[in-house]
Design a protein. Structure first.
Length: 256
C-alpha cells in the first residue's frame, strides 16, 4: 500500500450519506463523522426544527448537509427522504438506518399497537428505505448500507422481547440484503452497539444503567463518538471487502 491509497481508506469525499435518526445521540455522532470525512450528509428525523439544527451544526463543521423531516415508520416519508437527497446531491452512496424506538413491554402486557409501532420504525423503515434508495445505490461506485442493530439482538432480557426481536430481524435482513445486493457492488453490514450514553439510555432506571455498565468488560458506558470509527470502517473504502457482517461495539459485554 502506498501513501495515496492509505490516505483514501476512510475518505468519504463526494459521497452522499443518509442518516436516519441523525439529529441526536449515535445518529448525530455518525453524521458528524461522515461530514468530517468529507461526505455530504442528509439527516432525517421526525422534528423539522431538530433536522435543521443538526444540519446547520454539520455545515458549521465545514460539510455539506441538509435535514429532512421524516417519520421512518411512515413509508411515504421515505420517498421524500430519497427525493430530497437526490435533488440536493445528485445521488445516494450510503444509507445508515439508525432511527429506532425502544418500546418495552413484558410478556402478558404486550399490545398489538406496541408491536406494530416497533416493527414499523425498527424494521419496515430500514428495509423500505434501502429499497427506495436502491436505484441510486446501484449507480454508485461506493455503495454501502449500515443497519444499526443492538446487542439486544443477541441477548434475552425481561421486558425487551419486542426490541430484541426486531433488532434480530434487522440483523437477518442485513445478511439477506448483503447476499442479494453484492452483485450490484452494494455492501451491507450492521453495527450492534452496547450501552451508549444517549437519551434512550438515560430513560432507563439507574439500576438498569448500572447493570448494563457492569455487564461490560470495560465497566463503563460508551460515548456516542466511540461508534464513529466502526461506522466509517463499514461505510468507507477501508471496509471494501466486508459485507454481510455484524460488528459488535459493546465494551466486551456480549461475549459474557
Amino acid at each position: 500500500m502506498d501513501r495515496s491509497a492509505f490516505d483514501r481508506l476512510f475518505d468519504m469525499t463526494g459521497r452522499t450519506v443518509i442518516v436516519t435518526g441523525g439529529t441526536r445521540g449515535i445518529g448525530l455522532a455518525l453524521a458528524e463523522g461522515f461530514v468530517l470525512a468529507g461526505g455530504n450528509v442528509v439527516v432525517a428525523s421526525r422534528k423539522a426544527d431538530a433536522c435543521e439544527q443538526a444540519a446547520k451544526h454539520l455545515r458549521d463543521l465545514g460539510g455539506q448537509a441538509i435535514g429532512v423531516p421524516a417519520h421512518t415508520g411512515n413509508v411515504d416519508d421515505l420517498d421524500v427522504v430519497v427525493e430530497r437527497t437526490v435533488a440536493e446531491f445528485g445521488g445516494i452512496d450510503v444509507v445508515v438506518n439508525n432511527a429506532a424506538n425502544a418500546l418495552a413491554q413484558p410478556i402478558g402486557e404486550m399490545t398489538p399497537e406496541a408491536l406494530t409501532k416497533s416493527y414499523e420504525v425498527n424494521l419496515h423503515g430500514p428495509v423500505f428505505l434501502v429499497q427506495k434508495a436502491l436505484p441510486h445505490l446501484k449507480k454508485s461506485e461506493n455503495a454501502a448500507v449500515l443497519n444499526m442493530v443492538s446487542v439486544g439482538a443477541f441477548l434475552f432480557t425481561p421486558s425487551l422481547a419486542i426490541y430484541g426481536s426486531v433488532k434480530a430481524a434487522l440483523m437477518s435482513f442485513t445478511r439477506s440484503m448483503a447476499a442479494e445486493l453484492a452483485s450490484h457492488g452494494i455492501r451491507v453490514n450492521a453495527m450492534a452497539p452496547g450501552p451508549v450514553d444517549t437519551d434512550m439510555m438515560r430513560n432507563n432506571p439507574q439500576q438498569a444503567i448500572d447493570s448494563m455498565k457492569n455487564g461490560t468488560l470495560m465497566k463503563r458506558i460508551a460515548h456516542a463518538d466511540e461508534m464513529v470509527g466502526a461506522a466509517l470502517l463499514l461505510c468507507s473504502g477501508a471496509g471494501s471487502y466486508i459485507t454481510g457482517q455484524v460488528v459488535i461495539v459493546d465494551g466486551g459485554g456480549t461475549p459474557r
